[in-house]
Design a protein around this ligand. Structure first.
Ligand SMILES: Nc1ncnc2c1ncn2[C@@H]1O[C@H](COP(=O)(O)OP(=O)(O)OP(=O)(O)O)[C@@H](O)[C@H]1O
Length: 305
């Protein structure tokens, strides 16, 4: 494993007019890892990724990708990275597989095009022009173009947005293979399950900054969230008195309750006994380990979407 990071972003600022889309963002990504950049619409994910790709110039801060400046060293960097943009970047009149073959020829040691086409289910669109492909096919082609040159590092902006479950699964498998081959993968997503399934590390971006970064496990912690529904306005103070230090009990919406703690069978019984004493039948009671969704809610007070 390489000691130098694959990506090092320090104090990145990018403004559009008076609005800072990225506002002092710091992010270090280890080589060989899969990192999911997660955040709500407009958080600054795409702007950050496009700056790393050299498509946008920072207004302040520094960006280093494989030790290089993405703008000044673009010629040296481009052959070493793969880029999948959220939209376009492809000549609409070109035939799909021809375009992929052409891209492969630009690299010294490309992947085998027919097997990549097969894996991503693009076999049926060989002679179809890009503009006539479905949205999902265009996306899979863009993914194929990003990886065909065997890059050291790939940036994938929402690689599975709008894909059907089968294509989504094929994309996940391809990303898992890249990771196995030691490729660094940086992807943006709105899907918690995608981040939880694929990523070694998650960087949570909100309002132009990274507000949490770590392994999925570390971010989720060991607490569980116990949820139940009941009558609105229950007095939770007596319940709080029965719970261990550090536990929280909240009414998250009228009639929806949530208890966060390192849950065990005895504590579960404590909660249900408290309900019984209050004459409350808890509805839809569940106990689940905290999800990334919960982590985001706790950090920002807002739902991710
Ligand atoms: N070219 C542009 N001109 C003006 N404003 C822009 C431009 N590109 C992005 N923005 C604004 O910058 C902010 C961050 O956008 P960005 O696309 O980076 O967010 P994002 O986290 O990728 O969002 P999404 O999940 O919706 O793709 C948004 O408020 C967006 O409207």
């Amino acid at each position: 494993m390489h000691a130098d990071p694959a990506v090092e972003v320090t104090g990145l600022v990018k403004r559009y007019g008076s609005k800072a889309a990225v506002d002092g963002l710091d992010l270090t990504i280890a080589r060989g890892s899969v990192t999911a950049v997660l955040g709500p619409n407009g958080a600054g994910k795409t702007t950050t990724i496009e700056t790393c790709e050299g498509y946008r110039r920072p207004d302040a801060g520094t960006v280093r990708v494989l030790g290089l400046d993405p703008v000044a060293d673009a010629a040296a960097l481009k052959p070493r990275i793969g880029v999948m943009l959220q939209s376009g970047g492809v000549y609409a009149g070109a035939r799909a597989v021809e375009m992929l073959r052409h891209t492969a020829r630009l690299y010294a040691d490309p992947l085998d095009v027919p097997s990549l086409v097969e894996r991503l289910g693009l076999g049926s669109c060989g002679r179809t022009t890009y503009r006539r492909l479905s949205g999902g096919q265009q996306q899979r082609l863009a993914l194929a173009m990003a990886v065909v040159g065997r890059p050291e590092l790939v940036f994938l902006d929402e690689p599975t947005a709008g894909l059907d479950p089968q294509a989504r699964r094929a994309t996940w498998d391809l990303i898992a293979d890249l990771r196995r081959d030691g490729v660094t993968v940086v992807l943006t997503t709105h899907h918690m399950d995608e981040a939880e399934h694929l990523a070694d590390d998650v960087a949570v971006v909100d309002r132009g900054r990274v507000i949490a970064h770590g392994s999925v496990d570390a971010l989720r912690g060991t607490d569980s969230a116990l949820r139940f529904d009941g009558p609105a306005g229950l007095d939770l103070d007596t319940l709080r008195g029965l719970l261990p230090d550090g536990a929280t009990a909240r009414e998250t919406a009228p009639g929806s309750y949530r208890v966060d703690t390192a849950m065990d069978p005895r504590l579960l019984a404590t909660v249900t006994t408290w309900c019984a004493d209050a004459g409350v039948m808890p509805d839809r009671l569940t106990v689940q380990r905290r999800s990334l969704e919960d982590v985001f809610l706790d950090l920002t007070g807002r739902e991710l979407r």
